[in-house]
Write a protein that binds this ligand. Structure first.
Ligand SMILES: *Cc1c(COP(=O)(O)O)cnc(C)c1O
Length: 556
């Protein structure tokens, strides 16, 4: 890299006066990046082109070789270095089927650029008025979509679906023990989520100081949703021991199987238990980071079917929407726009049904000497855990305008249709593969394969297997993970080691491993399903071949 002394540091900044020369320099640099990425694209594989071996001593070498240049590296060369970072980077082609890792859409990217061009601080509208305006707008838009009263609701963009779960917990603590903000958290507070919930609540219990031992895991049904009878039993147990249930996280769209907790029942049961014991009803947070986007179908007329959805696609969407329509019962929830909202990281939106809940976590004016609580400025987010905040709501706003309700409906319907096609092709082509989240339509298919002579899924979930048998089946599936993982630059599948915690015949419990097909690229279409399933079929056959070789060897 060339280095030199800058003649003037101002040349590294956008112009003050809007002059054409600087603008063209910025546009040239952006064009260099966009063209550079385009040149790396390869629609026949997953990864961008370029050599990169990130194994072995790769990261150690980086540590050894990295230092800040003494002089200035010219911007074109900086860009060249940036493009090298992208070599061999996974990219969201039609073969990208691994997890909820979406592509950032053009409006999502434009929204980010708009925000960066003024670089406002979303902490206070005096510093970041554009972010404040966009935030208020998108909170209103999403509130209306799910059926919150937009004049009462509130929210903010935050650090992920996990940040939203943590924010919900902070509110729950403040609701039940208002002086815990000064005195610390008492040791009898409990939170609940299902066994299939994301680990966000586990983390939050650790971080809040309550401790993860006071997180109660509720059993799941076969469709990965929370077993509400078990919730009732476990809430009663906690109360009988002198504990107070303060927080329930209802997962509305699990990250692995897309199981959807029944908010209506969770609300009813928790309310009943609370009333019975003269307690406040626990704060209910819908962990809808992934699933809430299906609320875009809340007002879809499935009878006239304006998008001409196929019958099975419509049925799948009706089944999902019939659960998502209860989202408004939750006291708070989340839209992870970086998941199905098609915006870049990080664009998570935390919503509360009652904006007054945010006041419970707000800073006292005495504690905020720098910002807010002045005669000027009307929007100060002293209640967020962050101080400075990026205005990621601008990107959300941009995507919501560009897609519109119908755009999101079309995209989600496409994902669902492709997923249905995968399931059909799996059943036809790979009879050894058993779909293990069959009850959950959506955009994810989980499947397991079984060694010959081994008990299958039905036996596993009905408690008829020994721990050893399931461990053996899991190991077999892990071989498939590894084979697929080694060639993930060709087709990138996902996998999970935690699908359904099942009870064994010998009184143990164990989670099931499963391979995951996650439809997330707008470029995966039903016409690609055949080729992808053929590839999968060959790999599965190899697992069986290798397995029979090794079992012959071990028998010798
Ligand atoms: C993705 C996800 C999370 C975590 O969200 P981040 O944005 O990665 O922090 C939490 N819960 C559910 C259900 C999720 O799908």
């Amino acid at each position: 890299m060339r280095e030199k002394r800058l003649t003037n540091v101002q040349q590294l900044f956008p112009s003050e006066d809007g002059n054409q020369q600087t603008r063209q320099m910025v546009l040239r640099l952006i064009e260099q990046l966009v063209t550079g990425v385009d040149d790396l694209k390869n629609p026949d594989g997953v990864n961008l082109k370029g050599e990169k071996n990130r194994t072995g001593t790769f990261y150690n070498n980086l540590i050894r070789d990295s230092s800040i240049p003494n002089g200035s590296v010219p911007l074109e060369e900086v860009n060249t270095e940036l493009l090298k970072l992208l070599h061999d980077h996974p990219y969201h082609t039609k073969y990208f089927l691994t997890n909820i890792l979406p592509m950032a859409s053009i409006p999502g990217i434009m929204g980010m650029i708009a925000a960066f061009l003024v670089n406002g601080n979303n902490l206070w509208d005096v510093y970041g008025p554009a972010g404040a305006e966009a935030e208020v707008r998108v909170i209103s838009m999403m509130s209306k979509l799910i059926g919150y009263d937009a004049l009462k609701s509130g929210g903010y963009t935050t650090w992920g679906g996990q940040g939203a779960v943590f924010s919900g917990l902070r509110i729950a603590i403040a609701k039940f023990v208002p002086d815990s903000l000064q005195k610390g958290v008492p040791d009898n507070l409990y939170a609940f989520c299902s066994e299939a919930a994301h680990y966000s609540l586990f983390k939050s219990m650790e971080a809040s100081g309550i401790g993860s031992d006071r997180l109660i895991r509720v059993r799941t049904n076969a469709d990965s949703s929370m077993d509400v009878d078990d919730l009732l039993v476990k809430m009663e147990e906690v109360i009988a021991r002198g504990g107070i249930p303060i927080y329930i996280v209802a997962t509305t769209g699990t990250t692995d199987a897309m199981g959807i907790d029944d908010l209506e029942q969770i609300y009813a049961v928790s309310d009943k238990v609370a009333v019975h014991h003269g307690l406040l009803r626990p704060h209910i947070h819908a962990d809808s980071a992934l699933g809430a986007f299906f609320a875009f179908f809340n007002d879809y007329d499935f009878t006239t079917n304006p998008l001409e959805l196929k019958k099975d696609v419509a049925q799948a969407l009706i089944s999902i929407q019939s659960k998502m329509k209860h989202l408004h019962l939750a006291d708070s929830l989340c839209f992870d726009f970086q998941k199905l909202g098609q915006t870049p990281y990080l664009t998570s939106l935390f919503l509360v049904k009652d904006a007054a809940d945010l006041r419970l976590m707000d800073l006292h004016p005495d504690e905020t000497p720098y910002v807010g609580h002045r005669g000027y400025g009307q929007y100060h987010t002293g209640y967020t855990l962050e101080c400075s905040r990026m205005a990621s709501s601008i990107s959300i706003y941009s995507a919501l305008l560009a897609f519109g309700i119908q755009g999101y409906q079309q995209l989600l319907a496409q994902f669902v249709e492709v997923n249905l096609a995968f399931r059909e092709a799996l059943r036809q082509e790979i009879p050894q593969a058993e779909i293990v989240n069959n009850d959950n339509p959506g955009i994810i298919t989980l499947f397991r394969i079984y060694p010959e002579g081994s008990p299958h899924f039905h036996d596993e979930i009905s408690g008829k297997c020994t721990l050893k048998e399931i461990e053996r089946n899991n190991k077999f599936n892990e071989r498939l993970f590894e084979m697929l993982g080694n060639h993930r630059d060709r087709i990138f599948f996902g996998d999970t080691k935690k699908h359904l915690l099942v009870q064994t015949k010998d009184a143990n419990s164990i989670a099931l491993y499963a391979t995951k097909i996650f439809v997330i690229s707008p470029y995966t279409e039903t016409k690609h399903v055949h080729e992808i399933i053929q590839y999968l079929k060959e790999t599965v056959a190899q697992v069986y071949e290798k397995y029979s070789e090794t079992s012959i060897l071990s028998r010798r």
